[in-house]
Design a protein around this ligand. Sequence first.
Ligand code: BDR
Ligand code: CA
Length: 323
Amino acid sequence: MNLPRTFLIDTDTASDDAVALLMALGAEYIRLAAITTVAGNVSLEQATRNALYTVELCGADVPVYPGAAKPLTRPLQDATWFHGRDGLGDHGFQPRRRTPEPGHAVDAIIETIRANPGLTLVTLGPLTNIAMALLREPGIIPHVGRTVVMGGNPCCEGNVTPAAEFNIWVDPEAASIVLHSGLKVELIGWQLCRGQAVLGPAEIEQVLSWNSPRSRFAIESNSTARQALMTQTGEDGICLPDPVAMAIALDPGIGIVWGDHYVDVETHSELTRGMTVVDRLNVAGDPRNREVWSSLLSSPPNARVCWVIDVRRWKEALFSFLR
Ligand code: BDR
Ligand code: CA
């Protein structure tokens, strides 16, 4: 008999994070060992409250550990303009019973990985907690099975600056530490979640018609995010980057084109801060480029970058958890 895969989720819980948590909490074939929270979309306290509310809504008893209240070296710049002041569209979603665990997320990450070798780590926010855990205890690295990171915008425009995607931009130093740590990162970029991958108006109506606590929460919590996406990109719908990453964590086949690449993060320039620079053509491996690039692109591939997803299968996966 196959044992259920163990998951650990790190999240700056706002509206799309919450839908990703609904999916993981609804997936009976995995065991969610812990949720750790980090400042990002909203403050650490708010992210923790939102994670607790989501766990409570699902009737689950997964522990929630609060972690870093700000990026490693920079002040926090949140995304409340996108997700609402409370990160969940300001509808008053509040946990009634659940409270956070007393421990710190960084300790919980280290202990959970030690106790569950081979686990799947899914990150849905800035990588501050993960970087802190790796710096404190690098010995955990070989014990992580998969590391699925929602972050970056390989070879595309960003959603917070022209160059960068939010999770990486907020704490680029942390992202750089994680990418250079030796973890086998699967990078799920923001660009995969746009266009056909966005939940369109008819699909939103369809989800609402199921009229379950989960389906209503998934749509209502994203009400501000729907308006913000229209302002940002002109697309009418709900963009769900964290649920796309979760769908791939649960079913890797949803990613249909992948490449192993060297990926780095810009930490010095303000113009391109947080840009995920992907050596898509593996030019660093070309002897003609080695002289020019070797000091910058000196490493072998450090990430598996997802380039294309199966949109139909992603939406079927999402719907299976909301019906
Ligand atoms: C990412 O940033 C946040 O706004 C979302 O929760 C997601 O993790 C998308 O860029
Ligand atoms: Ca997130």
